[in-house]
Design a protein around this ligand. Structure first.
Ligand SMILES: *[C@@H]1O[C@H](CO)[C@@H](O)[C@H](O)[C@H]1NC(C)=O
Ligand SMILES: *[C@@H]1O[C@H](CO)[C@@H](O)[C@H](O)[C@H]1NC(C)=O
Ligand SMILES: *[C@@H]1O[C@H](CO)[C@@H](O)[C@H](O)[C@H]1NC(C)=O
Ligand SMILES: *[C@@H]1O[C@H](CO)[C@@H](O)[C@H](O)[C@H]1NC(C)=O
Length: 509
């Protein structure tokens, strides 16, 4: 780009940033990459002349994960020996994304170390395409194909020179780097083992033909983590559509815990453009940290579950591992051989180790009359052999309906072991007046059974991580104490014989 173009682009970026402070969070990615970039496409449509795309291959050392001490030069077998390339071990090529700074991001040495931690004899090669990535986004995106082709040549050359089986090659690409990896895989003469896409970039790739983005055709196994897929009209920073054999959407692929994008938007309002990178980075980059976590905490791998949608997952209906229904997140993911890709979901903590424990609660609310106005807040405390998790909110995705089984997803941050007991709490929220609330408090869990009573007989639970299924019954079904918190214990066989006596009643009026 010429100087005036650079200036113009920066001008647009700055202006776009200022405008988006006022826009809604959901429109955030839109306003950055959507509307105001459109005119840029025409401006920059002619390709850069000259050979800007030069990829360098730095074989990093476990002792110096941060330093580029030895470059492997395609065509120079001596460089393999000089860098002590081990042609019988696994070879990782780590491919960075778009950059404003022109430097590697801070996660790079962490990822390199984590790879060596897990695979001690591996070759961890950092692909440096910073010079082509440090461009306006649209230009950098255009460069991904050429960089991918260079990497493909590198891979072909390694294969010829060392007879290394290509199943040993694992490309790990972040953001735009994921598509670079895709082009590398599709242009290599033989199929490589695996590509991991870490939140592959969305703009300019969403909805494109499989040949023009990362796709399952690019390697024997392509696994993808999507962490920042928020947006509308198909425009978001991370690609929304599935692009691999296994596509995992942690926390639905958006709103990563601990990132606080809303807070970040406020910072942008206060501190301007430079806060944007922080805001976006946290969620986009979460994919990298989830992968690092999976390398370092092998025994605490997160589990992801196949599900038709994020909403269905949030209702807890997808915690089954039957027929490939679940898989490990990150490095330890098992290869799935299916014609069609699999979309999976998981919840995470806000920091490493990210793993949580998933539970599905199925609760049947029954009553003689139709209850329509209830919007209670429901909380549950779980007690297990290893600990407890208190006051977990059961999120009602819809209004409570009489005589219907509602399903909820619950997660605990720590392992509480096998479930022994749970406490269930029901509180009315704003939609009811204070006086009716008072009445309810005094009569809520009484054992009366007039027509207006809501009843809960038992709570069925499925634990995702252990795949255990349990049924819990009210502990003191006959007691008339008026507490709002009711204790459920594992049902004894007896409950089947006398179900009437073992129910708890929620008196409505
Ligand atoms: C780009 O590289 C090719 C081959 O490496 C070379 O033939 C060509 O002259 C280069 N073009 C420019 C503009 O440097
Ligand atoms: C190369 O890798 C293989 C297998 O990963 C390992 O057994 C061997 O010790 C390595 N060689 C060197 C020189 O590190
Ligand atoms: C709910 O089911 C019970 C038992 O089947 C029945 O007696 C009751 O009338 C039903 N309530 C409504 C509102 O249909
Ligand atoms: C409850 O509502 C459903 C549908 O709204 C209706 O079919 C049913 O007859 C009602 N039952 C009672 C007991 O009012």
């Amino acid at each position: 780009m010429r100087a005036w173009q650079v200036w113009f682009v920066h001008f647009l970026v700055l202006n776009g940033a200022v405008h988006c402070v006022t826009s809604l969070e959901e429109e955030f990615s839109d306003s950055i990459f959507g509307n105001f970039l459109e005119p840029l496409r025409d401006l920059l449509d002619h390709k850069d002349d000259g050979n800007a795309t030069v990829a360098k291959f730095s074989l990093r050392k476990p002792s110096h994960p941060d330093d580029d001490l030895c470059y492997i030069t395609p065509g120079d077998p001596g460089s393999l020996a000089a860098c002590t390339f081990n042609s019988t071990s696994k070879t990782f090529l780590v491919i960075h994304g778009w950059t404003l700074s022109g430097m590697f991001e801070s996660w790079m040495p962490t990822l390199v170390s984590a790879l060596y931690e897990r695979e001690r004899t591996a070759n961890v090669i950092v692909v440096d395409w910073l010079s082509s990535a440090q461009n306006h986004y649209v230009v950098a995106a255009q460069n991904t194909k050429a960089v991918g082709q260079e990497i493909a040549h590198f891979i072909d050359w390694i294969e010829e020179t060392t007879n290394m089986p290509l199943d040993n090659i694992h490309l790990i690409g972040y953001s735009l780097g994921a598509h670079v990896a895709g082009f590398a895989g599709s242009h290599a003469s033989n199929k490589i083992g695996r590509i991991t896409g870490l939140d592959p970039a969305g703009p300019d790739f969403e909805g494109e033909h499989a040949h023009r983005r990362l796709s399952p055709d690019d390697a024997h196994f392509v696994d993808v983590l999507h962490t920042f897929t928020r947006g509308s009209l198909g425009l978001s920073i991370g690609i929304q559509q599935p692009v691999g054999h296994v596509d995992i959407y942690p926390n639905g692929g958006s709103f990563q815990p601990g990132c606080n994008l809303r807070g970040a938007l406020e910072r942008i309002a206060n501190f301007g453009i430079f806060a944007i990178t922080d805001a976006v980075k946290c969620e986009h980059e979460r994919s990298v940290h989830l992968f690092i976590d999976s390398l370092l905490n092998e025994r605490q791998a997160s589990t992801a579950y196949r599900c038709a949608s994020s909403d269905a997952f949030d209702r807890g209906v997808c915690l089954s591992c039957r027929r490939g229904g679940c898989n490990a997140v990150g490095y330890g993911v098992s290869r799935v051989r299916r014609a069609r890709g699999v979309q999976m979901y998981t919840k995470t903590r806000a920091s490493m180790p990210f793993r949580v424990y998933h539970y599905q609660l199925k609760i049947h609310f029954s009553s003689k009359i139709n209850v329509s106005e209830m919007e209670p807040s429901l909380t549950v405390s779980l007690f297990g052999t290893k600990g407890e998790a208190d006051n977990l909110e059961l999120k009602l995705k819809e209004r409570l309906v009489t005589n219907k089984t509602h399903s909820f997803l619950l997660v605990t941050e720590k392992d509480i072991g096998d479930l022994l007991m749970l406490k269930f709490k029901w509180e009315e929220t704003n939609s009811w007046s204070a006086s009716s609330l008072l009445k309810m408090v005094s009569s809520w869990w009484s054992g009366d059974s007039d027509a207006a009573n809501m009843e809960v007989h038992k709570i069925r639970i499925r634990a995702g991580e252990t795949q255990q299924k349990m049924v819990f019954c009210v502990k003191h079904p006959d007691s008339n104490d008026l507490t709002q918190e009711v204790t459920f214990v594992k049902c004894k066989d007896a409950w089947r014989m006398n179900p009437k006596r073992k129910r708890v009643t929620l008196k409505q009026r």
